[in-house]
Design a protein around this ligand. Sequence first.
Ligand code: SF4
Length: 475
Amino acid sequence: MSTIPQQPKKLFIKTYGCQMNVYDSDRMADALAPHGYMPVQDASDADLIVLNTCHIREKASEKVFSELGRLRILREERRAAGGDLTIGVAGCVAQAEGEEIVRRMPDVDLVFGPQSYHRLPDLLARAGKGTAVVDTDFPEEDKFEHLPAARREVTVARGLTAFLTVQEGCDKFCTFCVVPYTRGAEVSRPIAQVLHEARRLADAGVREITLLGQNVNAYHGLDASGRSVGLGELCYRLAEIEGLSRIRYTTSHPADMTDELIAAHRDLPALMPYLHLPVQSGSDRILAAMNRKHTRDSYLALIERIRAAVPEIALSGDFIVGFPGETDADFEETLTIAAAANYASAYTFKYSPRPGTPAAKLGEQVAEPVKAERLARLNTQIMAQTRAFAEAQVGRTLLVLIEKPGHKPNQLGGRSPYLQAVHMDAPRENPERLIGTIQPVQILGVGFNSLSGRIVTVAELESATHVESQAAMAS
Ligand code: SF4
C-alpha cells in the first residue's frame, strides 16, 4: 500500500562504522522508498537526516553528539527560511544511549536501534509531534521479513558487489565489545530468505556478495524442513546461483570455524580464498581476560588446519593492543602470533573502554603513550607483512573482477581474490565492456595500496597453466 506524497521527500543517511551499517542504511532507504523518500548525496538538501551510528570506535557517542549540534544549526536555518528538517539517530549508539540522546539533544525527532529500522515509516509518522520517538526494543518479529524488497534500479546502482546480512547479534560476550548489548543475541535469517535475496542481487547484475554478520560463521539459519544449516552449507547453496561468481563473508570467530566451512573453502571456486579471522591478542592471559574462548595454540592449530585444506588462503586479523593488564610480555606475544599466523593484512586498534562492557570496569588500564607505542610497533610489522604478501603476487596470474575504469586513461580497476585493488592496462577498444567480467591478470608490480598488472590474452592462457586461485572464469 503506497503512501507516496505528491512531492518526493529527500533522505540523507550518514553511515558510520562497519559494512553491516552500510547494509542497514540501504535497507532503511528501501523501507522509506514506498513512502516517497528519495536518497540524496547532500545533507543540506534533505528533509530527513539519519545518522546511522557505530559504537566500536573511540568516543563514538561524542562524535555523534557533535554532529547533532551541527544538524541543529542546519534545522534552525531551515526553519528561518520557512522549511523544516527531521533528524533521526539509528544504529549502535542509538541502541546504547537511547533516551540519553533525547535528553542531551532535544532537537532529535527519532532514536531507533538496529532491530527497529523496518518500523521506520511508522516511527516517522509518529515523530514531529513535539515528543521524540525512541524505539530501542528487540522486537519479536523478524525485521527482514518486514522490509520491502530492494528496488531493482537501486540494486543495480549499487554495482557489481553487494553486502547481504545473514546473521545479526552475538552470544560470545567478549569483555571489550558492545555488540551483544547493542545488537542482541545471535539471530540467523532462514536459508530460503538469504538465497532469495542473493538470486535477486545476481539477477540485478551483482557478481560478488559479502555475507555479513557480527559473528557470521555462527550462522545457523533454518531450511524448509526446520533443520539448522551452517554457513558452510549456505555457501554451497549460494555457489549454485547462476551469475554469482564470488562469495565472501565477514566477520568470523575462531570458535565457529567448522570443518564444513573449511571444506567449502576447499571445494568452492566461488568462495574467495580470503578469511578475516580476528585473534585480538597473542597472549593466553589476555585472551582469557577478553573472554575470547580460544587460546593462542588453538588459534594457530585452527589456521594450520585451514591452510592444510586451502594452501592459497590469505588471512587477515583484528588486534586490540593495550587491553587492561596487558604487559610488555603479553604484547610481545601479540607480535609473535601476528608473524606466526603470517597475516596478509590486519586491522589494529588501541583498546578504549566501552561503557557497559566488563573490561571498562577493570583496573590496570594501560597508559595512553604505552598503547600508542605498541600500536605503532604492531602496525609497522603488519605493514611489512602486507607488503610481503603483495610482493609475493608479482609474477602470478590472478583472476580479477573488473569493477570500474582505472584512475588513469586506458586503465581498468578491479579486485583480486584477496581483496587487493588491482589496476591494469585496458585493451584499446571499448575497454569498459570488460567491467563486470573476471579476467586473468598477470601481476607486474606493487603500489602503495594496490597491485598493477596486465590482462592475459586467451592465446597466452592456452599456452600456460598459471592461472591460480579461482578455477571458474566467468564472463
Ligand atoms: S565475537 Fe565479535 S561481536 Fe561477538 S562479542 Fe566478541 S568481538 Fe563482539
